[in-house]
Ligand binder design. Structure first.
Ligand code: ZN
Length: 236
């Protein structure tokens, strides 16, 4: 499409659907911006020496189930990251997911193991949940990461077979019990995954119990390595 047609299209889009900050509602300059500059500075980027990161890393990677963890932000109640993740889940978050995924993809790219990845697997939703929402928010994030890394997203490999009751009121050990055996890899896929280096993606990780349950199902196929990325980590 010629450049002037693109700018006319975006001008019309901005006129009829002014791009707004997902947190405070202020006007932002382009359709690709998800936060205004004031809300953007209020986001907390996670560093690998953050205690929240260390705890999640040891839960997910400490026993060798997964090789490494990458996460972009600290999830803070009523903060801009919560607003973005809420939009991702409940407001048809394709654009938010791609944008957050691109940011986390840039962090993944810095890891030494990133060039060896064979595929990205979004944490699957149970099909009843998928029908209700119409999309999988983890998949939207995975697509954003995939665009940065140039690695394909594999959707069909793993399925969520158990409907788990709400996790929020459960303690860590109970959560693990609640999600164990919730995921299966289809028989046709098991051979394909053998020896592959897989990046497993979710939007938010709290205790790591769900991601571990999914990683455990994948590990039975003897992949070449399991890695985990999330947009945010939340305190329990
Ligand atoms: Zn704002």
């Amino acid at each position: 499409m010629p450049a002037e047609r693109i700018s006319l299209r975006s001008a019309l889009l901005n006129f009829f659907f002014p791009p707004l900050c997902f947190c405070c509602g202020a006007l932002v300059t382009s359709q690709t911006d998800t936060l205004c500059p004031q809300c953007r500075v209020r986001t907390t980027l996670l560093t690998t020496d953050d205690p929240l990161f260390s705890l999640a890393w040891s839960r997910i990677c400490g026993d060798g189930l997964c090789e490494d963890l990458v996460s972009g932000f600290r999830f803070e109640k009523d903060g801009p990251v919560q607003a973005l993740l809420h939009a991702l889940k409940y407001r048809g978050g394709e654009h938010v997911g791609r944008s957050l995924g691109a940011e986390v993809g840039a962090l993944v790219r810095e890891r030494a193991w990133a060039p060896a990845l064979d595929m990205i697997v979004p944490l699957p939703l149970h099909k009843a949940k998928f029908r209700e929402r119409g999309y999988n928010q983890a998949e939207q994030c995975a697509l954003g990461i995939a665009a940065v890394l140039g690695v394909p997203v594999r959707r069909s490999g793993v399925r969520r077979i158990r409907w788990t009751r709400s996790q929020t009121t459960l303690a860590y050990a109970e959560r693990q019990e609640n999600v164990d055996a919730a995921f299966v890899v289809s028989p046709g896929e098991q051979e394909f995954l053998r020896g592959k280096k897989i990046l497993l993606v979710d939007d938010v990780i709290t205790t790591g119990a769900t991601i571990r349950a999914c990683a455990t199902a994948l590990a039975r196929c003897r992949p070449g390595g399991l890695y985990v990325a999330s947009i945010a980590l939340a305190e329990q």
